[in-house]
Design a protein around this ligand. Structure first.
Ligand code: FES
Length: 108
């Protein structure tokens, strides 16, 4: 039994790119860093900026609103004005689909 849910086709998340996906109430940002896919909340912890409209460079996403930067691999803050880390979600790629563990769906 898996708590992963499919959220996108892997081919739609190309290396070096980030893609926003809405899954129920959750807006996720899928980021492909050198072939590995990571999922973070698509909502800047500073003032709810849309990170998916920002620029991904390597593993670093920059918020388009005030320039905060985060490491998408662990959500950590790399540059202000954000202070709080981004929520991250366990992610894997299976049979060409990106699968993510959503909040409230963690294995118990
Ligand atoms: S909303 Fe992202 S840096 Fe301000």
């Amino acid at each position: 039994v898996s708590s992963y849910v499919s959220v996108a086709a892997a081919r739609d998340v190309r290396p070096g790119h980030a893609r926003s996906v809405q899954v129920g109430d959750v807006c996720l940002l899928l980021c492909n860093v050198d072939g590995a896919v990571y999922a973070v909340a698509d909502l800047c912890t500073h003032d709810r900026g849309p990170l998916g409209e920002g620029r991904l460079r390597g593993a670093v996403i920059e918020c388009p609103r005030h320039g905060a930067r985060f490491d998408v691999r662990d959500g950590s803050v790399l540059a202000p004005p954000a202070i709080r880390a981004l929520p991250t979600f366990a992610t894997r790629v299976v049979d060409g689909h990106v699968e993510v563990v959503l909040p409230g769906e963690e294995p118990r």
